[in-house]
Design a protein around this ligand. Structure first.
Ligand code: ATP
Ligand code: MG
Length: 179
């Protein structure tokens, strides 16, 4: 199945806005690539939305959550960045284990089973994509999902490439004009 990523991103953004009503964060959406991926729209939606709701949930009120879809070297990248509570290095490794939650021992205000990331990791693995976590305790986290070139729908890649080239010519002209 061809997953329309720009459409999926917009849908994730809408769901995030609804989920965000209790938190009042600023949610930022960047769709910098029009490329699609191979896979299941439904499973990808729940996996990526899970990362977004985590970002919202683990960020104190009035934070900033940035969601992006962009082209990178050798593939595409989905990312969600928050300026929330962050995760200490000793927890990062075990984060995607089933039922693992950072402070499950203590009483905590946020609900959840700790299953989210285990499922996310599995779904992404099925899609040939890779999950990466960058986090600093007290500063925030970035969860990025890398889709290598073989997971990207090429058909649109070709037409975008052509457009891309035209754009480059345009940009160069503009730079020359202004100098
Ligand atoms: P569930 O998703 O099943 O409702 P959960 O959100 O607690 O529950 P996971 O999504 O698997 O479970 O996340 C595991 C743990 O990783 C969380 O309990 C939380 O401690 C930590 N975590 C996940 N995302 C973030 C984030 N963006 N910032 C800080 N901590 C996070
Ligand atoms: Mg979760």
């Amino acid at each position: 199945e061809r997953v329309d990523m720009p459409k999926l991103m917009t849908s994730i953004f809408d769901d995030a806005q609804a989920y965000n009503r209790d938190y009042g964060h600023l949610i930022d959406l960047h769709i910098d690539s029009q490329l699609d991926v191979y896979g299941s729209y439904g499973y990808l939606n729940s996996a990526l939305l899970n990362l977004v709701t985590n970002a919202i949930k683990y960020t104190p009120k009035g934070g900033v959550v940035k969601i992006a879809w962009q082209e990178v070297r050798e593939g595409c990248l989905f990312s969600v960045q928050d300026n929330g509570i962050g995760i200490a290095p000793e927890h990062l490794e075990r984060l995607t284990e089933r039922f693992y939650r950072v402070d499950s021992g203590r009483s905590r205000s946020t609900g959840g089973t700790g299953l989210g990331l285990a499922i996310v990791k599995h779904v992404l693995y099925q899609h040939g994509a890779k999950l990466k976590v960058d986090s600093q305790e007290g500063k925030g986290s970035t969860f990025s999902v890398f889709f290598p070139a073989r997971c990207i729908y090429r058909e649109k890649a070709e037409s975008t490439k052509k457009k891309g080239r035209q754009k480059v010519t345009h940009n160069t002209d503009a730079i020359e004009d202004s100098s």
